[in-house]
Design a protein around this ligand. Structure first.
Ligand code: ZN
Length: 197
């Protein structure tokens, strides 16, 4: 998997993946420019396949299905890699921005759990899974730990206010080999740190 940095700006409420980001992702998927995460070679990748993936985003305050076209590339070493934008959490339909938005509403007590779940088409176990992942992952980020923040609302605001959000997501991936708020393990298809981050 190769993560593409698409959130090169400071996030603003409300968060959603605009058509502009989807177009930038399509334009960024250039196989021969990528470095293979397995062998480390750059320029040896070519287009292999593509597939459409449904993602759930928030548009005008409501959940909305979007279609993301994911490109898989093949390196001369024989390994294939999906190009995935950093606004998507691997193995999840909900975008990273969607999950952060829900956690912000939850921690700020803007809605009851039932109201949150009804409004955004999620189940309480899903919400609590995101909450657990956030509690764990924030403890993995040294800058946050050094900040001394304990309150969950302070914590979510800390991450939402990163000056360049992609710098944070890429740094997190480099340090942990986990995407922020990812809850399923990576199939280990890389022998090196992710390149290009
Ligand atoms: Zn390779």
């Amino acid at each position: 998997m190769i993560r593409k940095k698409l959130l090169n700006f400071k996030l603003k409420l409300p968060f959603f993946v605009s058509d502009n980001e989807l177009e930038r992702f399509r334009a960024s998927a250039v196989p021969f420019r990528e470095r293979c995460p397995f062998c480390g070679a750059r320029g040896n990748c070519r287009f292999y396949a593509s597939y459409e993936r449904s993602i759930v985003d928030i548009v005008d305050g409501k959940p909305c299905w979007r279609i993301l076209k994911v490109v898989r590339i093949l390196c001369a070493c024989g390994h294939t890699h999906a190009l995935l934008p950093d606004f998507v959490v691997p193995y999840k339909q909900y975008t990273l921005l969607f999950i952060l938005h829900i956690l912000h509403l939850y921690f700020s007590h803007s809605m009851t759990v039932q109201k949150l779940c009804d409004t955004f088409w999620i189940s309480p176990p899903t919400l609590y899974e995101w909450k657990r992942a956030f509690a764990l992952h924030r403890s993995w980020w040294p800058e946050f730990v050094r900040s001394g923040r304990k309150d969950s609302l302070d914590a979510i605001i800390f991450f939402l206010s990163r000056p360049v959000f992609s710098d944070f997501t890429s740094g997190f991936w480099q340090q942990t080999l986990f995407s922020f708020l990812q809850t399923h393990a990576n199939p280990a298809n890389c022998c090196r740190l992710p390149p290009g981050w």
